[in-house]
Ligand binder design. Structure first.
Ligand code: SF4
Ligand code: SF4
Length: 105
């Protein structure tokens, strides 16, 4: 099971996790990052560096976080494997639930 990004990343997006990911599977949405569940190798490097504890191991997701933790899967799996976030570039979108959140800026 992969690591997932939760709502704590919204409007923070400092990209500390991106720099640590050995397989470059953390994709940039307009307001938060998303881990590709089919590309993540479960190394845990990203979780340790997130300043707002937005990254959670899937098995440790609480019922309260379940809906937001699933947004990356819903957004990215239909797109298939994307071949790396640097090569792909920003997604140019967000999960609709993230897009609808009030601004934290
Ligand atoms: S757990 Fe490892 S492979 Fe998965 S997103 Fe984090 S740094 Fe990348
Ligand atoms: S380190 Fe945390 S807050 Fe920063 S971009 Fe990654 S998930 Fe978002």
């Amino acid at each position: 099971m992969p690591y997932v990004v939760t709502e704590a990343c919204v409007d923070v997006k400092d990209r500390s996790c991106v720099r640590e990911c050995p397989v470059d599977c953390i994709y940039e949405g307009d307001r938060q990052m998303y881990i590709h569940p089919e590309e993540c190798i479960d190394c845990g490097a990203c979780e340790e560096v997130c300043p707002v504890d937005a990254i959670v191991f899937d098995d440790d997701v609480t019922p309260e976080l379940a809906a937001q933790a699933d947004r990356g899967r819903q957004l990215l799996v239909p797109l298939g494997r994307l071949g790396g976030a640097r090569r792909h570039g920003p997604l140019g979108t967000d999960h609709p639930d993230v897009a609808a959140l009030p601004s934290r800026a």
